[in-house]
Design a protein around this ligand. Structure first.
Ligand SMILES: [Zn+2]
Length: 215
């Protein structure tokens, strides 16, 4: 399997944070209203291999790690399919929590917090300190063995972002039906679009003809 076999393995990585690039594994979102269903269009996470492709594409997984997990998924297809459902639930919970942060008077939905906290507990249970070059480093205990290991860095990154000052830089693309999230690191905090190519400088008519974020 190569990352390019999957749309999740070739998507544009514009979030500026791994958890945003995970939330952006959708072709687009049909609504920007906080609290509503997220209106996912053209989901890039159709199967477990898409998760692995995303992990390779974003550097969360090594080539050997992804290959090993792909072989395990082949042996345990039902578990792999269940994990995709779990991954999408995590993605949508994180999306809604982030949207809540964008409209800062909104209380987070306890159900979304529960989903993230549960994933976080799993991920944290898999981290341990190991010797590194001159100092200790974090490593994942069973990364190559467990199908859900691809989600561990996602929940860790989401928790880090949701508790960080960087949250003030969070923006949602202004493109119609896009819904992608990113951190605005421009000096005058004026970034409006996920990418100029997809949303920034295409005419409205052309945008309607094209499926958003096909890649
Ligand atoms: Zn966009």
């Amino acid at each position: 399997m190569t990352p390019l076999d999957s749309p999740a393995g070739s998507m544009r990585l514009v979030g500026g944070d791994p958890c945003l690039d995970f939330v952006n594994t959708v072709g687009g979102r049909s609504t920007r209203v906080a609290g509503s269903t997220s209106g996912v269009v053209a989901d890039k996470l159709a199967g477990y291999l898409d998760l692995l492709a995303w992990g390779r594409h974003t550097g969360q997984l090594s080539e050997a790690g992804a290959r090993g997990l792909a072989m395990q998924a082949e042996r345990r297809p039902r578990e792999a399919a269940a994990l995709v459902v779990r991954a999408r639930a995590l993605r949508e919970a994180v999306y809604r929590l982030l949207l809540g942060a964008l409209t800062d008077d909104r209380r987070p939905d306890p159900a979304d917090l529960e989903i993230l906290n549960a994933e976080l507990a799993v991920a944290r249970g898999q981290q341990r300190l190991a010797p590194g070059a001159g100092r200790l480093r974090w490593e994942w205990v069973q990364a190559g063995e467990r199908l859900d290991s691809v989600l561990w860095p996602v929940s860790r990154a989401a928790a880090a972002l949701l508790t960080s000052d960087d949250l003030s830089r969070l923006r949602q693309c202004a493109g119609d039906g896009c819904g992608w999230l990113f951190l605005d690191r421009s000096r005058n905090r004026s970034r409006q679009w996920c990418t100029m190519q997809d949303c920034g400088n295409v005419s409205k008519a052309r945008r309607f003809r094209q499926r958003r974020h096909r890649r």
